[in-house]
Design a protein around this ligand. Structure first.
Ligand SMILES: *Cc1c(COP(=O)(O)O)cnc(C)c1O
Length: 387
């Protein structure tokens, strides 16, 4: 006899949906799932670059030069011209001395935190930081103290109580809530306590700031105020991978010590080439950011008029917090039935009792699609039983 699985009973079992295709590459927001075309409102392709011909052509051209796989780790023989060029361009883009490529944001965070902290050091972290930052702190064996979400005064109390080497670590844009970290206040706090500030701007880079420089640019901070910056390439840049940017000494330390950099195969050069093309689009097509920001305003105005449970987010991440996991799942299923792909995010990814529909907007969406989504959300919430 089968015993009921507790994850099933609590509506927490994680499942995957297979995206069968993106039938029209001019429309990255339209995906085919279970034979049906759905409008994707839960991807991180904020600028609509993941299918852009410039990326595909750059990858193709690079494959003619380098083949597909890098063939080795960066420190052996895998560091190709495309990687080198991308690192230089990323460093220039975020106004840092150097940048170092990692195979993913998850690996970058593990590598950086474990290379820069040891068990005598303090890591002061926002409670809602991305899982990879938490895991990095654990891997480092550092003393980890977490402050309530966005609470700079809480961070200050921790620093005051623990003199010594400290690293303050925060998401730039919080991945499940969409709100922006108080980076100005955290930078001031870091200066005051002689601590270093590390910002993981996975969701801000390319999206926020006049030139797409991210959370740090939007806050009007000098680059030196955030000595350790993490960016990912799989979100707004529509590609894959991640980087760390900072001064030359930081990057040299990471090359010597970051184990997730040293002991892994370099990204395929074609990915670096495609990312370079994406970076050019981020810089030369500000209309993508403007269009995205207009969608955010449009969505928020429409959702407010419908009485939907909006969160205080001005980023393209617009969670609708509904509370119970079963309710989030039912809403997600209902929306999929109406042609809108939106995932239900449940604990432990988000705190207990805060299951949500995590809507994300993209410059690839049209105004009409945003309006259609609002209409579908309005009727799905009206049909759903209250929490
Ligand atoms: C997505 C994300 C990561 C992980 O990046 P990957 O390149 O997908 O591994 C790290 N940090 C934050 C804040 C993220 O949102």
């Amino acid at each position: 006899m089968e015993r009921p699985d507790p994850d099933d009973a609590r509506h927490l079992r994680r499942t995957r949906r297979t995206v069968e295709a993106t039938p029209d590459l001019e429309h990255p927001e339209r995906v085919r799932v279970d034979g049906r075309e759905l409008l994707n409102f839960c991807s991180n392709d904020y600028l609509g670059l993941r299918t852009h011909p410039a990326l595909l052509e750059a990858a193709h051209e690079s494959m003619q030069q380098h083949g597909f796989g890098a063939g080795a780790a960066h420190l052996v023989s895998g560091h190709c011209l495309e990687h080198q060029a991308l690192e230089l361009e990323l460093a220039a883009f975020v106004h840092r001395e150097r940048a170092l490529l990692f195979s993913s944001g998850y690996m970058a965070n593990l590598g950086v935190l474990s290379a820069l902290s040891s068990r005598h050091d303090l890591i002061v972290a926002d409670r809602l930081n991305h899982a990879s930052l938490l895991d990095g702190a654990r891997l480092a064996g550092a003393r980890l103290r977490r402050y309530p979400h966005g609470d700079t005064a809480g961070a200050a109390r921790i620093l005051a109580a623990h003199p010594g080497t400290a690293l303050i670590v925060t998401d730039g844009v919080f991945s499940m809530d969409g709100d922006v970290a108080p980076v100005r206040e955290l930078a001031a706090l870091a200066t005051q306590h002689g601590a270093r500030l590390m910002v993981d701007d996975a969701h801000g880079l390319g999206v926020l700031g006049a030139t797409g420089g991210g959370t740090v640019e939007q806050a009007g901070l000098a680059p030196q105020a955030v000595p350790i910056l993490i960016g990912t390439l799989g979100k707004a840049l529509g590609s894959f991978g991640a980087f760390v940017a900072g001064d030359a000494e930081l990057i040299e330390t990471l090359i010597q010590r970051a184990r997730t950099y040293i002991y892994t195969t370099a990204l395929p050069p074609a990915i670096a080439a495609a990312t370079r093309a994406a970076l050019r689009l981020v810089q030369h097509e500000p209309w993508r950011r403007e269009r995205l920001q207009a969608h955010v305003q449009r969505f928020r105005a429409g959702a407010a008029a419908l009485g939907l449970p909006l969160s205080p987010s001005m980023s393209p991440i617009q969670p609708l917090i509904v509370g119970a996991s079963i309710r989030a799942l039912a809403l997600s299923e209902s929306l999929i039935g109406h042609g809108f792909l939106i995932s239900a995010i449940r604990p432990p990814t988000v705190p207990q009792g805060s299951a949500r529909l995590r809507v994300t907007l993209s410059a690839a969406h049209s105004e009409a699609q945003v309006d259609a989504l609002l209409e579908a959300l309005g009727s799905a919430f009206a049909r759903a039983t209250p929490a």
